[in-house]
Design a protein around this ligand. Structure first.
Ligand SMILES: O=P(O)(O)OC[C@H]1O[C@H](OP(=O)(O)OP(=O)(O)O)[C@H](O)[C@@H]1O
Ligand SMILES: NC(=O)CC[C@H](N)C(=O)O
Ligand SMILES: [Mg+2]
Length: 517
């Protein structure tokens, strides 16, 4: 998923504080690497590395990040490797200085890389975000050097051209030396990006923030102004409008940031950005207790228990020092971390029939471990429920699940649920499903769109490709998915090696930290 943030403060204020705090608020979107870049008197100050935000930034690093404007990133790798060379933001020095942080995934990467080679750009990593930055640089160069395209307009033209060239899911924040802060999203609006403002302390001037989630804005006291709009469709070649994005020029009116695009109709968010509720199931008669799989599933489990009228109990203690397992980069690490993260409270399981509720089952790593733990703790029968429907198709837009082979549900049809339950050790498995006669994803769509509208979001459609295999962009067909699978096979060893630094960080901290109190 990755988390991105951009901050534009009043001239004499420092951007690094809000950037750092926003990254902490977005930490759950990426645990692999973190980075912040600011601009100070025409120079970029950058610090990035592998690790969690608190590990990457100490007082010394934060002090060096001077300036009133900056962008930041927390990374969950979906392209290239986990190497710290691919931590973000990325930077190029021509035209001017440009830096970019990206959430999402580009499809058709080989073609874009070939194009860049032809245009004499050097790529130093396997990251698709570096490709995006170089495309932006090329387009800025051709537009900024045209005498008829001045300032903001030339930046908008450049972004429009980039949108035309790139397929996939991408939400980006960028800084251009001498121009300011820029934010844009892919034409389908697959990845989220919100923006807001607050009054600078002791001043009547506003400061602005763009972030992957409105939660980061709320946490820092920014008033939510809306989503960064996705253009209605990929704009035609060399067109000036509608603008997809606008820069906030340093020294110029901050209000320019408000012109962050038009025409959000059709914006399409990916369902994984939302938590939703499971419906009661007819098999509720012998369930004694509903137990959530912390953290994300709590809301779904609570609603499920309420609807089934069965007691809700917190049956797992969560180790607060272990992060999200699904976004860890290697299967061995994910498996080990589920055990480190959750431990069963025996009295909640002993002699009971339990319904474990999770928000989703993807590879089945969490469910198989959790079910095992529930049995070890003395549960009589263990049922497993997923608030999301079966995840059967790869995600190519910024979630690291590029092959169907690794997805538990892809190995079983709707008629083979008992076999699937056996694979993960459950007595039965339940998925969110529509009432008879209703199209499969209707309820799910309706509930997410209702909640999004209540939050003032402009989302009108959802990318449900993981459930139905329908991809909204071009280039994603059987051949493309096949090539991703081959690439994944070739790179598997890589990702396990790169996970070592995370194992190191996860292991020693918890016990020591607790004892120190
Ligand atoms: O079937 P899997 O491949 O295991 O993936 C699904 C699990 O991963 C996520 O949890 P995660 O530990 O990442 O985060 P959380 O603490 O927010 O629930 C999600 O909430 C499920 O529990
Ligand atoms: N999860 C993401 O959004 C990843 C961004 C980018 N594709 C990377 O791998 O760094
Ligand atoms: Mg979970």
């Amino acid at each position: 998923m990755c988390g991105i943030v951009g901050v534009l403060c009043a001239d004499d204020s420092s951007a690094v504080g809000p950037l750092y705090e926003a990254l902490l608020a977005l930490q759950h979107r990426g645990q692999d690497a973190a980075g912040i870049i600011t601009e100070d008197a025409g120079r970029f100050c950058l610090h990035k590395d592998n690790g969690m935000v608190r590990d990457v930034f100490g007082p010394a690093q934060l002090t060096n990040l001077r300036g009133s404007i900056g962008i930041g990133h927390v990374r969950y790798p979906t392209a290239g490797s986990s190497s710290c060379a691919e931590a973000q933001p990325f930077y190029v020095n021509s035209p001017y200085g440009i830096t970019l942080a990206h959430n999402g995934n580009l499809v058709d990467l080989p073609t874009l890389k070939r194009d860049l080679e032809r245009e004499f750009r050097h790529l130093n990593t396997g990251s698709d975000s570096e490709v995006l930055l170089n495309l932006l640089a090329i387009e800025l160069f051709s537009n900024l050097s045209s005498p008829s395209h001045e300032g903001t307009r030339s930046v908008i033209l450049a972004v429009n051209e980039l949108l035309r060239r790139c397929s996939g899911g991408y939400a980006c924040v960028s800084m251009i030396i001498g121009y300011g802060l820029l934010a844009f999203r892919d034409p389908h609006g697959i990845r989220p990006l919100s923006y807001g403002r607050r009054l600078a302390e002791g001043s009547t001037e506003h400061e602005y923030m763009v972030a992957s989630e409105s939660g980061a804005l709320n946490a820092l006291g920014f008033e939510l102004l809306g989503d960064v709009r996705a253009p209605r469709r990929p704009p035609p070649r060399r067109s000036a409008g509608p603008p997809a994005a606008a820069p906030a020029r340093q020294g110029a009116s901050h209000a320019q940031l408000l012109r962050l695009g038009r025409g959000a109709a059709g914006a399409r968010a990916v369902f994984f950005e939302y938590v939703y509720f499971a419906r009661p199931d007819s098999a509720a008669h012998d369930i004694d207790v509903v137990i959530p799989v912390p953290d994300t599933a709590r809301t779904a489990a609570l609603e499920c228990a309420h609807a089934l009228d069965i007691p809700y109990r917190e049956g797992f203690m969560k180790n607060r020092y272990v992060g999200r397992t699904f976004i860890m980069p290697a299967q061995g690490l994910r498996k080990k971390s589920v055990r480190q993260k959750l431990s069963p409270i025996a009295s909640e399981f002993a002699g009971r029939n339990v319904l474990l509720v999770d928000d989703s089952i993807v590879r089945g790593t969490t469910s198989s471990q959790i079910i095992n733990m529930a049995r070890e703790a003395g549960a009589k029968r263990v049922y497993m429920a997923s608030a999301a429907p079966p995840v059967r198709y790869p995600n190519v837009y910024g979630i690291d699940m590029p092959t169907s082979a690794e997805l538990l549900a892809s190995r079983y049809s709707d008629e083979q649920m008992d076999e699937m339950a056996r694979e993960i050790g459950a007595d039965r498995i339940f998925y969110q499903a529509p009432p008879p006669g209703r199209p499969e994803l209707d309820d799910l769509r309706a509930s997410i769109l209702e909640e999004a509208a209540a939050q003032g979001s402009s989302i009108r459609g959802l990318d449900c490709s993981c459930f139905d295999g329908k991809y909204v962009t071009e280039h994603v067909g059987a051949a493309y998915l096949q090539s991703l699978a081959q690439e994944r096979k070739a790179n598997r060893g890589d990702s396990d090696t790169n996970a070592c630094h995370l194992l190191y960080k996860l292991d020693p901290a918890p016990a020591g930290a607790e004892r120190a109190r």
